[in-house]
Design a protein. Structure first.
Length: 172
C-alpha cells in the first residue's frame, strides 16, 4: 500500500468512527429496556481501557529496553484491545444511549472537563494510532518514532481517563 492510499484509508476510518460516535452521543437515543446483557458493556469497556493502558505502558518499557518483538506484540495488542473497546462502546450506545452524570457539587467541576478532554483526545487518537501503527508496520521507523512520541502519551491519557469517566459515571 502506498503512503497516499494509507493516508486516505486512515482518514476514512477515522472520519467514520468520529461520525458514528458523534451521532450516538449527540443525536441517537437508546431504547428503554435494552437487552439485559447491555448493562455488562460499561464495566467491560473500563476493563478494555485499563488493559490498553497496561499494554501501552509495557510496550513503552519494552522499546526502552530494546526488546522490539515484545514492544510490537504489546502495541499491536493495544490496538486490538482498543478496537474491541470501540466496538463494545458503539454497541452500548447504539442500544442503551448515553447515561447522564448524576454527581452533584464540586465533582461536576472535575467530571465534565475530564469528559470533554477524554472525548476530544479520543477522536484525535484514532488517526494518530493508525498512522503510528502503519509507519511501524511499513518499516518507516524514523517517522514512526516521531509520531509515537505524541501518540503514546495521548493514547495513555485517553485509556486512563476512560476508566476514570466510567468510575465517576457509574460509582459516584
Amino acid at each position: 500500500m502506498t503512503d497516499r492510499a494509507a493516508r486516505w484509508l486512515i482518514g476514512a476510518i477515522s472520519l467514520a468512527v468520529i461520525v458514528v460516535v458523534a451521532y450516538l452521543l449527540l443525536v441517537h437515543r437508546g431504547e428503554a429496556g435494552a437487552l439485559p446483557g447491555v448493562a455488562a458493556l460499561p464495566p467491560l469497556n473500563a476493563c478494555l481501557n485499563a488493559t490498553s493502558a497496561a499494554l501501552l505502558t509495557a510496550g513503552y518499557v519494552f522499546i526502552r529496553g530494546r526488546r522490539v518483538g515484545a514492544h510490537r506484540a504489546c502495541m499491536v495488542s493495544a490496538l486490538v484491545v482498543s478496537t474491541l473497546f470501540l466496538v463494545s462502546y458503539v454497541t452500548y450506545h447504539a442500544l442503551a444511549g448515553s447515561r447522564p452524570f448524576g454527581g452533584q457539587g464540586w465533582v461536576r467541576l472535575v467530571y465534565f472537563p475530564l469528559l470533554v478532554s477524554h472525548i476530544v483526545l479520543a477522536a484525535v487518537i484514532v488517526p494518530l494510532a493508525l498512522t503510528t501503527a502503519y509507519r511501524a508496520l511499513s518499516g518507516n521507523f524514523a517517522r514512526h518514532v516521531r509520531i509515537a512520541r505524541w501518540t503514546l502519551p495521548l493514547w495513555l491519557y485517553v485509556s486512563v481517563t476512560g476508566v476514570l469517566v466510567y468510575w465517576m459515571l457509574y460509582h459516584l
